[in-house]
Design a protein around this ligand. Structure first.
Ligand code: CA
Ligand code: CA
Length: 290
């Protein structure tokens, strides 16, 4: 069953990559969903900047001509004081700037003019045979309210490494000096590593989908539970920054994600197995036709 699921994932990814090859880089779709496609060397990322699905596709070349998606959903939530959390796409329509084939900035402006949040993504692909790619994310929160702002910012990440939702392990690690979370490692064959460059997160949570997402979308203010480990499942993780931003002040978060997939130069046994399957079906149809 799992092999079959992997097979379909690969087929879907390949079809998707084939479609992407015809899109101009830094492409913004015209539909209701505002999807931006970033490309660089061996990597493709897609971000729906107008919905909580957020970044929903990130692939690196894992075989000649084959892109395997490693990401289901990554997006950002925020809370002011003890209000419930909301996803940043609810603040306003995204204002897109700095769009190049591999970079994007989206800014959201609070309707009460208390703050704005800008997120800049920079995709850095590796060589075609490296199996690695990097996304840097910089978040800038500006207090425009005229008084101090009790602000809470959340990143939610649901990667499905190796192209499958199950059997992943997530480990969140803390900095030895600050005792705050500064790294996330998720793995199942392929690896995803996020290093929180600055500042380290105040809280984190590793869990099974959709436990943390439910907390971010419910009506109660949430503090992530600081669990650091979850294994063998459809895992997700989140980070939380708590800050009092002075009037006219800004808060900057700088992070870096690295994806590492084993690059296979030749067709795999999976591809050969699928050819065998097709040959078997053809033989069965010939027999049935007699
Ligand atoms: Ca909540
Ligand atoms: Ca997952």
């Amino acid at each position: 069953m799992k092999a079959l699921a992997s097979f379909w994932n690969l087929r879907v990814s390949f079809g998707f990559a084939a479609v992407c090859a015809f899109l101009p880089a830094g492409f913004v779709s015209q539909s209701d969903a505002q999807i931006v496609t970033l490309t660089d060397n061996n990597s493709i990322a897609q971000i729906d900047v107008g919905s909580p699905q957020g970044m929903f596709y990130w692939a690196v070349l894992s075989q000649p001509g084959l892109y395997q998606n490693q990401l289901h959903q990554q997006w950002f939530w925020y809370r002011v004081g003890s209000d419930p959390e909301r996803s940043i796409d609810t603040i306003s329509a995204p204002v897109i700037s700095g769009l190049t084939p591999s970079t994007l900035t989206t800014t959201y402006y609070d309707s009460l003019n208390r703050f704005n949040i800008g997120v800049t993504y920079t995709l850095m692909g590796g060589s075609s045979t490296s199996g690695t790619a990097d996304i840097a994310e910089q978040i800038e929160i500006n207090n425009t309210s005229g008084s101090a702002l009790d602000f809470h910012f959340f990143q939610y990440s649901d990667f499905d490494v190796s192209g499958t939702a199950g059997a992943d392990t997530i480990v969140l690690s803390t900095n030895a000096f600050t005792h705050r979370i500064n790294q996330a490692d998720q793995f199942e064959g392929a690896n995803l590593v996020e290093v929180v460059n600055s500042p380290n997160a105040h809280h984190g949570e590793a869990g099974l989908v959709p436990t943390t997402l439910v907390k971010l979308n419910d009506a109660a203010p949430t503090i992530l539970n600081d669990s650091q480990l979850n294994a063998s499942g459809d895992v997700a993780w989140a980070l939380q920054w708590d800050v009092n931003i002075s009037a006219g002040g800004s808060y900057l978060i700088s992070k870096d994600k690295l994806l590492a997939v084993q690059y296979i130069p030749e067709p795999t046994s999976l591809s050969l197995a699928s050819l065998g399957f097709i040959a078997g079906v053809l033989q069965w149809r010939r027999r049935a036709a007699r």
